[in-house]
Design a protein around this ligand. Structure first.
Ligand SMILES: Nc1nc2c(c(=O)[nH]1)N[C@H]1C(S)=C(S)[C@@H](COP(=O)(O)O)O[C@H]1N2
Ligand SMILES: [Mo]
Length: 255
């Protein structure tokens, strides 16, 4: 067994949590490419059958659809614009000066322009968006894969969650959301800059929104300005990990 796998396994057992497993599974390209996830999990004696099943199911892909299934109209929901002069000015210039800030528990805090984001490893997917309010729509999303991006900025070992800070305000509070590392390293988790082959329109979260396809719509933060890696969500805002979570919605909104 290679040394780094041993280390990761130790890390996994010590931390005992699913986030450790995500680092193991998502953080080692060679492994995930050369062997099936099941083999890797079978070799981790410290994981119970139940934990293995949970991890395997959380790594499963959301259903993807053909172009013919695209919704003629994709509803925009929640904030459909941002009432902030800085944002309005950025819209005017096509987000030329806009930067995504990446900070918190990362080895190399960084700021990325849209052009830089567009050069990162990308993925395109046609998926169904399900809103908790009872509507769905099928859209095509293209964006930077979060896993490789996180590998390039380097997560510190204490990092367990990613928080997405948005530009818009609802009920007087800035929108925010968070996901764990299993979802962060999921193959379909992207920071989307294109919708239906065009730059993301303002009502859908320009210039950048999260797509985390195994969860409900409210997890898919629009108008993302900053991504912060944290060890815990307890001290942040209402302490429940998101704008709607602080108002009683489930933090894990799996579908
Ligand atoms: N920043 C921000 N992100 C957000 C929201 C919001 O109001 N503000 N609404 C959420 C909800 S409830 C849904 S269903 C989707 C709607 O995405 P859409 O406008 O592209 O349909 O965005 C989610 N992300
Ligand atoms: Mo929603």
């Amino acid at each position: 067994m290679p040394n780094d796998l041993k280390l990761s396994r130790r890390n996994l057992l010590v931390r005992g949590g699913a986030a450790g497993a995500a680092v193991l599974l998502g953080g080692c390209d060679q492994l995930s490419q050369s062997r099936s996830v099941r083999n890797v999990l079978d070799s981790a004696e410290g994981l119970t059958q139940a934990a293995q099943r949970l991890l395997l199911s959380r790594r499963a892909l959301a259903r993807e659809y053909p172009e013919s299934a695209l919704s003629a109209h994709f509803r925009a929901n929640g904030s459909i614009t941002v009432n902030d002069p800085t944002y309005q000015a950025q819209v005017e210039t096509g987000f030329a000066d806009w930067r995504l800030k990446i900070d918190g528990l990362v080895a190399r805090p960084t700021e990325l322009s849209l052009a830089e984001l567009r050069r990162l490893p990308a993925r395109t997917q046609i998926t169904r968006h399900d809103c908790v309010e009872g509507w769905s729509a099928i859209g095509k999303w293209t964006g930077a894969r979060l896993g490789p991006l996180l590998q390039s900025v380097g997560l510190k070992p204490e990092a367990r969650y990613l928080v997405f800070h948005c530009a818009d305000t609802l009920e007087g509070d800035l929108y925010y959301e968070s996901i764990d590392l299993i979802d962060a390293f999921h193959e379909q988790t992207i920071l989307a800059y294109d919708m239906n082959d065009k730059p993301l329109p303002v009502p859908h979260g320009a210039p950048l929104r999260l797509r985390v396809e195994r969860q409900l719509g409210y997890k898919m933060a629009k108008y993302v300005m900053r991504m912060e890696a944290v060890a815990s969500l307890a001290a942040m805002r209402g302490g429940r990990g998101g704008f709607w979570e602080d108002r009683g919605y489930a933090w894990y909104a799996g579908i």
